[in-house]
Design a protein around this ligand. Sequence first.
Ligand code: ATP
Length: 329
Amino acid sequence: MKKDEYIGILTSGGDASGMNAAIRAVTRTAIFNGFKVKGIYRGYEGLIAGESRELTTEDVSSIIQRGGTILKTARSEAFTTPEGRREAYDTMRKEKIGALVVIGGDGSLTGARIFAEEYPVTCIGLPGTIDNDLYGTDFTIGYDTALNTIVECVDKIRDTATSHDRIFFVEVMMGRDAGFLAQNSAIASGAEAAIIPEDRTDADQLETFIGRGFRKTKNSSIVIVTESPGNKNGGAMHYADRVKREYPGYDVRVSILGHLQRGGAPSANDRILASRLGEAAIQALMEDQHNIMVGIHNNEIVYVPFDQAIKNDKPIDKNLIRVLNELSI
Ligand code: ATP
């Protein structure tokens, strides 16, 4: 990485709390070490269009506590085409951007991997997604904040569920096929069950839950369900409809948390994670690393090749399923 070139930084895919803390960390570490930084707006869309400007240390003042991303984010259809990536590469050369730090989820890092295979560009990825579904890192930026938000919401829903003797199906987001948010928010909020893709066995999860006879000891229940885009046989509405049909005696409600889960001030854990990963991204560039995601494993910074981070499914700890089952009797 030459010091007369810029390090470009962009955020891509869904926004996640802590992205700003990562932008701050990348910018300040780069400047501390004698590099110049350009912020690229609206993800790959802005990279193609050349929407960027130099960032100073002041530009990233007072953003560590803010959710969302000051660089804005976007999903870019154009970048998925060879022509779009050609334009992106031309922009990088024109703007003297020698390396790119991409903060985003698996789609964004897939884009970075393909781009770096096609062109002589150095890309460093940071895991920025509420889904926590990237392999090779224990946590992604934004996950902890989203988890805390869900737990806060479920605590409130619990008051209503208890007051009315109801079953609430609460729908939370999921990445690819990963139910980290659902499983862990269920444990943290004392929910009676979580219906997640990883626990999909031949057994009907709803039958199992009802079959455990939850009504014998409890007069209200919270079931956390992962969203099910495009699949009619999943999601909170589907399970609520089934209960209404199959167990008409129960009073059932649905709450879909949706975009409430994304924003808000990042938790202390997400701020620290983003600061450490952002700093490590520049260290990685200085060590001449390229085409890797910087992650965290057992509280140590790790470099994970893009293909590993993207291609492998991140398994959920099956013990968590047992913990929830045992604690929700
Ligand atoms: P989140 O986890 O929040 O959904 P994400 O990074 O997975 O974030 P995506 O919408 O999947 O979000 O991807 C973001 C962008 O990355 C896409 O809009 C596209 O520009 C780029 N991208 C995704 N997949 C590819 C691909 N196969 N080739 C090139 N670019 C891609």
